[in-house]
Design a protein around this ligand. Structure first.
Ligand code: FES
Length: 209
């Protein structure tokens, strides 16, 4: 009788498992390297021109007349507003994001002020603080002129003027769009009455930038 025990399986399954494991590790390493490369590119790559984060061509200087309502630029997330102060007309690019808690601030055609529908902060056409819980005026972007066009650099934000600085209009030109706007420290109105609009577009109130 041949009591020779059957030979154990050869090392095939063991090596197969090891190869699968090695392959998995290599796959993981490649995935991590690709992720790191993409993240670095996303951080270091220059921002697309003409959109938020880059230099935005807002059009010919002649498009912005004194007394006209601020013009809204959806891609750049700002308003270009021309207001008059003692030294003359000033063109300012105002970031749409409320300096209080970040809601988008629409322009009210009747009051001719920016009125935040979230907690009622109000700013004049210069973006200066009028009332409400905002800590300061609307943040701004640098404006330059190139070949007769207004260029807005949305790559760096300039903090808005502190409370108390008032070179632009101090009074509303008419009824407010947001009921109860300006009541410092109040809760957000459940349903703002009226509509705050801006030329060409009307950004909704939200926490997005
Ligand atoms: S987010 Fe604008 S007043 Fe609060």
């Amino acid at each position: 009788m041949d009591d020779k025990k059957p030979a154990p399986d050869d090392d095939g399954p063991f090596f197969a498992r090891r190869e699968i494991l090695n392959f998995s590790w290599k796959l993981l390493a490649i995935g991590l390297a690709a992720e790191a490369a993409w993240t670095s590119y996303d951080i270091l790559a220059p921002k697309r021109s003409g959109a938020f984060g880059g230099l935005v061509d807002a059009g010919p200087v002649t498009d912005f007349k004194a007394g006209a309502p601020p013009k809204y630029f959806l891609d750049g997330r700002f308003y270009l507003s021309r207001y008059t102060e003692s030294s003359g007309d000033v063109l300012v690019a105002l970031y749409q994001k409320c300096p209080h808690l970040g809601c988008r601030v629409p322009f009210c055609d009747s009051s001719k002020q920016f009125e935040c529908p979230c907690h009622g902060s109000v700013f004049n056409t210069a973006g200066e603080y009028i009332k409400g819980p905002a800590p300061h005026g609307m943040d701004q972007f640098r404006v330059t002129e190139k070949n007769g066009h207004v260029m807005v650099d949305t790559g760096s934000i300039v903090e808005g003027p502190p409370r108390g600085v008032l070179n632009g209009p101090a009074q509303a030109a008419g009824p407010a769009c947001v009921t109860g706007s300006g009541a410092a420290g109040t809760s957000p109105p459940a349903s703002p009455s009226g509509s705050a609009t801006s030329p060409g577009s009307s950004p909704s109130a939200s926490g997005s930038p």
